[in-house]
Design a protein around this ligand. Structure first.
Ligand SMILES: [Zn+2]
Length: 201
């Protein structure tokens, strides 16, 4: 991952991603491409906010990497909520291009599995974006994942299934795809709100 993006994560979430001390995170770094920055950022945001709010044990990430085409976010010391967040972002990574963050799927090439959009099916070079754009994507992702997890009672599998299934209210795009649209996250949050209201009405 681009060093600037790694620095943003480590400086925003020093408790979750310690860069000093025994077993520190810096040893491995982030062994994946920039396209998953939004997912990793969202996971860190949710996990750290949860720890700050509830006073539950501080989770510490030990390794964040790509494996078999998907994201692996290894951490220790977390509770059930942390497990749900980690499972959710790992599942969603298979539907997000590791190079550019656009909707994608697991594709096989020369025996290697990787999550790629159509455009990057043959590419191995990361796509360059402004840092501010990556952060704004991360913020949108965090807001949507938080709301969606709550909607599905923190069931990561159900949350992931909903986020990657076409929704009529979004013109048959999946909520994850719709996040790519300008201000698309607002539509997705509104939809979650409507479902919540409908369910409790
Ligand atoms: Zn791509």
């Amino acid at each position: 991952m681009d060093e600037r993006l790694e620095t943003i994560l480590c400086s925003r979430y020093p408790k979750l991603l310690p860069t000093e001390g025994p077993g520190c995170f810096q040893f491995f770094g982030f062994e994946c491409q920039d396209g998953w920055f939004g997912l990793i950022y969202a996971a860190c945001e949710l996990i750290q906010t949860h720890a700050n709010r509830t006073g539950s044990g501080q989770a510490i990430a030990s390794q964040v990497k790509e494996k078999f085409g998907g994201l692996r976010f290894y951490c220790r010391g977390g509770d059930d909520y942390v497990e749900s967040v980690v499972e959710l972002v790992e599942r969603l990574s298979e539907s997000i291009c590791e190079l550019c963050g656009a909707p994608g799927r697991i594709r096989e090439r020369n025996g290697w599995l990787s999550a790629r959009c159509q455009l990057h099916e043959e590419e191995t070079e990361p796509s360059l974006r402004e840092t501010s754009e990556w952060i704004s994507r991360g913020d949108s992702m965090a807001a949507v994942l938080e709301a969606a997890l709550r909607l599905f009672a923190f069931d990561a599998r159900e949350t992931s299934r909903w986020l990657t299934s076409p929704a009529r209210a979004l013109g048959m795009k999946t909520p994850l795809e719709h996040l790519q649209e300008h201000h698309g996250y607002r539509d997705v949050l509104r939809l979650i709100g409507r479902i919540e209201y409908g369910a409790s009405a």
